[in-house]
Ligand binder design. Sequence first.
Ligand code: ADP
Length: 511
Amino acid sequence: MSSLPICIGVDVGTSGTKAIAMDIRGAVLASALREYPLASPKAGWAEQDPADWRRAVLEALTELAAKVDSRAVVAIGLTGQMHGSVFLDAENKVLRPALLWCDQRTAEQCETITEKAGGEAALVAMVANPALTGFTAPKILWLRDNEPELFEKTRKVLLPKDYIRWVLTGEYATDVADASGTLLFDVRNRCWHKGLMSKLDLDPSLMPRAFEGTEITGSLLPEIASQTGLPAGIPVAAGGGDQAAGGVGCGIVRPGIVSSSLGTSGVVFAFSDGVHADPKGRVHTFCHAVPGKWHVMGVMLSAGGALQWYRNTLCHEEMHQAKSSARDAYTYITDQAQTVSCGAEGLLFLPYLTGERTPHRDPFAKAAFVGLSLRHTKAHMARAVMEGVAFGMRDSLDIMREMGIPLEVSRVSGGGGRSELWRQILADTGRIEIAQINVDEGPAFGAAILAGVGAGHFKSVEEACDNIIKETHRIPVIEENAVCYESYLQEFRACYTVLKGGFQRMAEIVG
Ligand code: ADP
């Protein structure tokens, strides 16, 4: 058992809640995970019961308190899935299941918001982002339009982790990073955008007070302390939305440092000293969990997911081989891809299996192999998939470069980052050095760091990250490969432009 002070990070995720206990040297002493279901009562809807989050968090905290010296716990930091909406009445009763980030029911309300704001450019000027169906503001308008009797009773709208904050501390509060994803937040001035709320006829008192990520928003209630075994009164820091807290957890806290995450989806996340918004709304601009800073983010809907689709659809032999060996199917697939040169001899893959966010904002976009010929084998196809995903990430990097954001090194994370070949392809296509780091604990780790700063155990988020997070390896750009990829990149981009109309027409044919 550690005698050093311990900070807890709680991540209220979509598939489950993960809580970790970290000592102030950054060592993870224990973690606990509790899962819960996601309901889809209608096509395109995604809901969860906040009572499930509450149960999961309290069980996870109880488990952590039993696994570590609970008297050493000095602070809790919160993070979680962004954009979700919990509607509370005057007695703090949850009025209906929460609508989640991936819920798609609000297309009409997005149009209303854009129109009332005076068009997309005006909206981006106000809140730094365009209206997307996943964001919180359209969900509030949906409630008003479709369940007016519940809207009438609503007194507070809380984001998922902030409902948990209320459970733990009895306080209504959020953080500026998570608030940025509501579409009601003045990202530039780090406060609620009362002007936009008035245009939408929403009462500003619906939203909780917004704090910087390291600020203390309340303390653990005695009844929660006795239920979980944690010390009563320990401070609960604001924390951050999962992207911002995940950024802190990878040390993306200084200019020039970016992260490239190759999970099922792909995220390019860049630190920014000032507010840069893309007028075309292709990347998100949010407040960072680092006080007074921002971050810009490009999101690919299918990144690692594209290689997963390729494996599941075309690699049964490799999956079979993997079963009878100690290697996984992805290593067989990437070994094949390694035998082919850059550009897969003229085979391109557009990775838009589930539509695309950055850079196209096109729900109809589809994936495609372009340029297949008799000489191409599965090895070429595997390489093309990996390169297509990397070209998609390059698109995000180039938008950020256009916006004047310094990009010096990209820290890689997510399952796809395990592949040495994919890391090199990311470096060469993106023309950016790729770094590996010593931790991969995700947003809960970032939340624990924010709590440690809030409780005074570190001078700043930057100092904490410098102490705890280290680069273990750097992969330089191979210039010859980078030059080869530049020509393919032009064709990759041209393919989408040519095929775009066809994707839409085919969606109509399929109905
Ligand atoms: P999630 O976003 O669902 O948490 P992960 O971060 O675990 O996903 O990443 C899963 C993806 O990582 C898979 O879809 C696959 O594309 C990729 N992946 C996992 N292992 C490897 C590997 N050894 N080589 C290449 N890609 C891999």
